[in-house]
Design a protein around this ligand. Structure first.
Ligand code: GLU
Length: 448
């Protein structure tokens, strides 16, 4: 059986780091099994769904390199939901309910006040035909609930959480359709998972109780409409929290736009999110095939995964240090060649910083004030500059012999005179890039 996973965002906003993680894990599950990864746009909420978000979702996934093997849209599939609804209604699993939002709220308050769980009391099921007709005559359109079967406990073997067990009597019959005919998420999602042959549903643990309810929907749908389909396997990963350990607002809005603005590499995000919250070490692995190969749901922990920006920067730096010139050349300042990239690369956290370091080569640079003694030293340096294969090495060796200086007093004034900075890329690589004439000019200027 081919593994089929799906990522099912609602296009009511941009993807945030939590969604990205779910998308990535579903993509990895499919890739590892040689299966299919489907992007399903859950856009049944017409009032809140927007086309610009659909486009942003596609763009973000493509920027992250999480290409889908197919895309589906729930708004194109409404006829299928209608027929599933009819089939479930015919099987006695759907019933109309007429309570207003205020009535339901009041019921909940009363239950909570009595110390009872706020479970829907199935008042609508007790209406007589005449009472229902009276509601309709009053012009009250019903919303629709799925009738849970209270007989058997609901259980499943969760890919992350192990055996899960729910008493259906402790759950409310979920509303699946609004009075205006629009769909809530539960039923269309179950219909699609069956119709698309989804084999694994991997999502956040905020969906655990939805899964309990949906398992009954899957069973009812298989019996009523999809006899050849199989119930998918389920796995719920622990949520992502800020490094302070809380579900933070910031994380909820942190997405690819902000990563791009900060010049974070997609590979750094992928390397972090692939392993965060698992027992495998988070490492700057730029080789996606390796991440896919080592991806394993059984290594996922139950504790919330902590997302830390400093860790992302650390990974980004390490990923940048591995990047080849060809992969970044279009993002580098004009004139910066492969040798330039190799010279500055170890000093970067983000590729965009290459431009600052490159200015040391192209100039103009601003030199500090040097002491009398250093000026003499730098004057000597300008005379001894000898442009061979390794000008930095020959210069520092000659100066060391001539002046007896070594260590910092030898290297620092030279670096400052040649770059205007007291730290930076390896001088052995920078000096040839600065060039003989310019290097001599800088040394002479520093010598005064
Ligand atoms: N559209 C749902 C959401 O964004 C999908 C959840 C699921 O993966 O089933 O929460």
């Amino acid at each position: 059986m081919t593994t089929i996973t799906r990522f099912a965002p609602s296009p009511t906003g941009n993807l945030h780091v939590g969604n990205i993680r779910t998308a990535l894990h579903n993509w990895m599950l499919a890739r590892k099994a040689g299966g299919r990864f489907v992007l399903r746009i859950d856009d049944t909420d017409a009032a809140r769904s927007r086309e610009e978000y659909v486009e942003a979702i596609r763009e973000d996934l493509s920027w992250l390199g999480l290409e889908a093997d197919g895309e589906e849209r729930q708004s194109d599939r409404l006829a299928l939901y209608q027929s599933a609804f009819d089939a479930l209604a015919a099987a006695g699993r759907i019933y109309p309910a007429y309570e207003t939002a205020q009535e339901l709220e009041l019921k909940r308050k009363i239950q909570l006040g009595r110390g009872l769980p706020p479970i829907y009391d199935r008042g609508a099921l007790r209406l007589s035909d005449a009472e229902r007709a009276a509601k309709e005559a009053e012009g009250i359109a019903p919303h629709w609930r799925f009738k849970l079967d209270h007989e058997e406990p609901i259980t499943w073997d969760d890919g992350v959480r192990g055996t899960q067990k729910f008493d259906p009597a402790q759950l409310s019959d979920p509303v699946i359709r609004r009075a205006d005919g629009s769909w809530l998420y539960m039923l269309p999602s179950a219909v699609d998972d069956l119709d698309m042959g989804v084999t694994q549903v991997l999502r956040g643990e905020d969906h655990v109780s939805n899964t309990a309810v949906q398992i009954q929907m899957f069973t009812a749908l298989i019996a009523a409409q999809f006899p050849a389909a199989k119930m998918p396997a389920f796995a719920h990963e622990a949520l992502l929290v800020g490094k302070e350990g809380k579900l933070s607002k910031r994380l909820g809005s942190l997405g690819c736009d902000s990563f791009r603005e900060r010049d974070i590499e997609p590979e750094a995000i992928i390397a972090l999110l692939a392993r965060l919250g698992t027992s495998q070490p988070v490492e700057p692995i730029a080789d996606r095939a390796l991440l896919v190969e080592t991806f394993d749901l059984s290594t996922f922990g139950r504790a919330p995964a902590k997302f830390d920006d400093t860790e992302l920067d650390r990974l980004n730096a390490a990923i940048v240090h591995q990047m080849d010139y060809d992969a970044v050349s279009h993002r580098l300042p004009e004139g910066m060649d492969e040798a330039g990239w190799h010279a500055v690369r170890p000093n970067l956290v983000h590729v965009s910083e290459a431009a600052n370091w490159w200015k040391l080569v192209t100039g103009p640079i601003e030199q500090p004030k040097f002491s009398e003694e250093d000026r003499t030293f730098l004057g000597k340096a300008s005379e001894m500059l000898d442009w061979g294969d390794d000008p930095w090495r020959s210069l520092t060796t000659a100066l060391k012999d001539a002046t007896g200086r070594k260590g910092k007093p030898l290297f620092l004034p030279l670096r400052q005179a040649l770059t205007g900075m007291d730290h930076g890329p390896d001088m052995g690589e920078l000096l040839p890039l600065i060039g003989e004439e310019e290097a001599r000019a800088r040394l002479c200027r520093a010598a005064g």
